[in-house]
Design a protein around this ligand. Structure first.
Ligand code: CU
Length: 382
């Protein structure tokens, strides 16, 4: 699996460098591709470490060499160090493509050019770079020198900079746009923005050394992680599935069912994980099936919430699955979008395009010709 992941990353990097369509340079590369490019760099550089870790584990078990097992003279913390050197960056392997999806959807449904193209593109690379410098924040209570803890805590804050750059650029894209919030990709994306912001802000409490020592291994961490991975990655993934569904299948999903699925998923997710922040703050440890009676109420809310969370997924996935075969026929470019995939038929032919297409100068120039469309009404002066 490690080799598969490394080879995929390698393949994507070479593809981006060597197989671009005519007219497509680094300056007009789609932001989704920028995000995948940054992801591929992490896959290529971080995955060998976990592969090496597992090879060492095999050596220890098979050849009986003491590496991690203290009974054989090994060090278990070494396993944790190697594991997190890979597993912190891997969180960005999961979230960076989601950032790319959001950057593609927002301009289309705001009818506005993406704000800060370069800032969004380069911040993906910055996140990939910083991701290698912060793994120590998982080991604050594993027996580390104070100086190492200060440095890892300090470096962790740097993750917030490129991430906040993205959030502010997305908000600026929405600003004064003519938002189509009734479209499924858009309300999923807005849900993503809401929940991922909660994920980012609660991440700060875990980066601060003093609060992390208290919150470590509590439900606060569980809630923070799920806001990142489910509220962030999964919501953007479902947004992308709805956005490209007509392109992939040539059919429409049922729009009413899509909305109800979103609502149940959104309410269910927040009901499941918002209480876990409170449980964690009160000291509920993770990975325990039993707990003190005063945790009961929030556990109950969280459990009932998880049923709705699951129900939401069943509705969303059933809708997409059934619609792939029975949905209404979709046009080639139903959103009037400028990016290249919408210029071919839905679904595309096997080779995507009949002839090699020329890539447009910019795929984010929405509303620049029909500016009057989005102009705010003039206020009477005096
Ligand atoms: Cu981490």
């Amino acid at each position: 699996m490690g080799f598969a992941s490394i080879m995929t990353g390698f393949n994507f990097i070479v593809t981006v460098h060597r197989m671009r369509a005519p007219g497509l340079g680094w300056r007009n590369l789609p932001l989704f591709v920028w995000a995948l490019y940054a992801t591929a760099i992490i896959q290529l550089l971080a995955t060998p470490v976990v592969g090496m870790n597992l090879v060492l584990l095999i050596f220890e078990r098979v050849l009986d060499i003491g590496i991690f097992n203290p009974a054989k003279g090994g060090d278990p913390i070494l396993f944790e160090q190697f594991f997190w050197f890979y597993s912190h960056p891997v969180v960005y392997i999961m979230i960076l493509p989601a950032f790319g999806v959001v950057s593609e959807i927002l301009p289309v449904f705001s009818r506005r050019p993406i704000f800060g193209y370069k800032a969004i593109a380069y911040s993906s690379l910055a996140i990939a770079l910083v991701s290698f410098l912060v793994w120590g924040h998982h080991l604050f209570v594993s027996g580390m020198s104070d100086w190492a803890r200060y440095i890892f805590s300090f470096l962790t804050f740097f993750v917030a900079v490129p991430t906040a750059i993205k959030i502010f650029n997305w908000l600026a894209t929405l600003w004064k746009g003519s938002l189509e919030i009734t479209a499924a990709p858009m309300y999923y994306t807005l849900g993503f923005l809401f929940m991922f912001t909660i994920a980012g802000l609660t991440g700060l409490h875990l980066a601060v050394l003093s609060t992390d020592v208290y919150l470590h291994d509590t439900y606060f961490v569980v809630a923070h992680f799920h806001y990142t991975m489910q509220g962030g990655t999964v919501f953007a993934l479902i947004a992308g599935l709805h956005y490209w569904f007509p392109k992939i299948t040539g059919r429409w999903y049922n729009k009413k069912v899509a909305f109800w699925g979103w609502l149940i998923l959104f309410v269910g997710f927040n009901a499941t994980f918002l209480p876990q922040f409170l449980l964690g703050l009160e000291g509920m440890p993770r990975r325990y099936f039993d707990y003190l009676p005063h945790f009961q109420t929030w556990h109950l809310v969280s459990t009932v919430g998880s049923w709705f969370n699951g129900l939401g997924y069943i509705i969303v996935l059933t809708n997409l699955l059934v619609s792939a075969f029975k949905g209404e026929k979709a046009e080639a470019n139903p959103y009037n979008a400028l990016s290249l995939e919408w210029q071919t038929s839905s679904p595309p032919p096997t080779t995507n395009f009949i002839t090699v297409p020329h890539f447009p100068e910019s795929i984010y120039d929405y509303g620049t010709e029909g500016k009057e469309e989005i102009k705010q009404p003039q206020k009477e002066v005096g």
